[in-house]
Write a protein that binds this ligand. Structure first.
Ligand code: GDP
Length: 321
């Protein structure tokens, strides 16, 4: 594992692929190795790196936008890692988003790495390992972008696990506005209307969205910008990259980034425990709220933490109900 960690530090692509595969593998020996690896690479202060979540309905241009952003970031000499999560595609095993993206990126550029994640991992549940994979990616790259499809629960998940969340809307689709107003969609840090080249319909959606988010983000200290881009015409992309960077700087300056990342980890652990042990399991551990508070105070290796709770659950008697 020391060798693998060193190769990761050197940004070697096969090592990154190996590490991600290891984390995606729930079998006992792989778990042990993955745990040892995370011990070596979790950085106490990863604030220099930026974890971005990009989400929105299928076809809105997320892959195109990601490819355009990659060009801007590479131009700024930033190394970029992408995790493409495609829950809408059980048949392709989630390869769609990543493949589309791969087609749009330079295959020989060592500063870019794209990994697709299936909705139902071969060895696990619903992309359960996204958080530990983010930890690997944050060790290797300056910017890590997690791209997901969908509206609703997925946004909530991504909002709980990324520094900056960015929602991409389709011109002329009232859905995004309705979802935002109804609170179905967690308020993202940045709203983007892509396909600006469609003209008036894009402008209208832009102003509808601008009036549906009321200024300050619930996190505080951040007014939600509504930006227009065209991924194909390459307009608005630099502004988007700048806005992402501004949000990251605001988080880093506020000193809140470490606490936030502990919260992502806490949410990941809670979700994973609930998936595997149900609400009864959470009750045995003191209930979701108490558990979340407890977890938010605990920095460290998420796989070790998970194993500890697993141990506590298996040592406890089964619940009465
Ligand atoms: P995703 O499913 O959200 O990842 O969307 P894709 O990036 O695969 O794009 C879906 C379709 O929209 C493709 O045919 C793209 O060429 C097209 N598209 C993406 N961005 C733009 C844009 O800015 N303007 C226009 N007119 N088409 C776009």
């Amino acid at each position: 594992m020391e060798q693998l960690a060193a190769a990761l530090g050197a940004g070697e692509r096969p090592a990154i692929a190996t590490a991600l595969n290891l984390i995606d593998d729930n079998r006992a020996q792989a778990r042990e190795q993955a745990t040892a690896l995370l011990d070596l690479i979790i950085e106490p202060d990863g604030a220099a790196n930026h974890l971005v979540g990009l989400t929105g309905p299928p076809g809105v241009g997320k892959s195109s936008l990601t490819a355009a952003l990659i060009d801007v970031w590479r131009g700024r000499d930033l190394r970029v890692g992408i995790l493409a999560v495609d829950p809408s595609s059980p048949v392709s095993g989630g390869a769609l988003l990543g493949d589309r993206l791969r087609m749009k990126t330079d295959p020989v550029d060592d500063g870019v790495f794209v990994r697709s994640l299936s909705s139902r991992g071969q060895f696990g549940g619903l992309s359960t390992e996204v958080w530990p994979m983010c930890l690997v990616m944050l060790y290797c790259f300056d910017v890590v972008l997690v791209e997901t499809v969908g509206v609703g629960q997925r946004e909530a998940d991504i909002a709980h696990s990324c520094d900056t969340t960015c929602f991409v809307a389709q011109p002329g689709s009232g859905d995004s506005v309705q979802f935002l107003k109804a609170g179905v969609l967690e308020v993202p840090h940045i709203l983007v209307v892509n396909k600006q080249d469609m003209g008036a319909v894009a402008t209208r959606t832009l102003s509808e969205l601008a009036s549906s988010v009321q200024g300050e983000h619930p996190d505080g200290n951040w007014n939600v910008p509504v930006l227009a881009t065209s991924a194909t015409q390459r307009t608005g992309i630099v502004e988007l990259a700048d806005t992402l960077q501004a949000h990251h700087r605001q988080l880093a300056d506020s000193g809140d980034l470490q606490a936030r990342r502990r919260r992502y980890q806490a949410h990941w652990l809670l979700k994973r425990l609930e998936e595997n042990y149900g609400r009864a399991g959470l009750r045995q551990l003191g209930g979701a709220d108490a558990l979340l508070a407890e977890l938010c105070d605990q920095p460290g290796n998420p796989l070790v933490q998970y194993a500890q709770y697993q141990h506590r659950l298996s040592a406890a008697r089964p619940p009465a109900d």
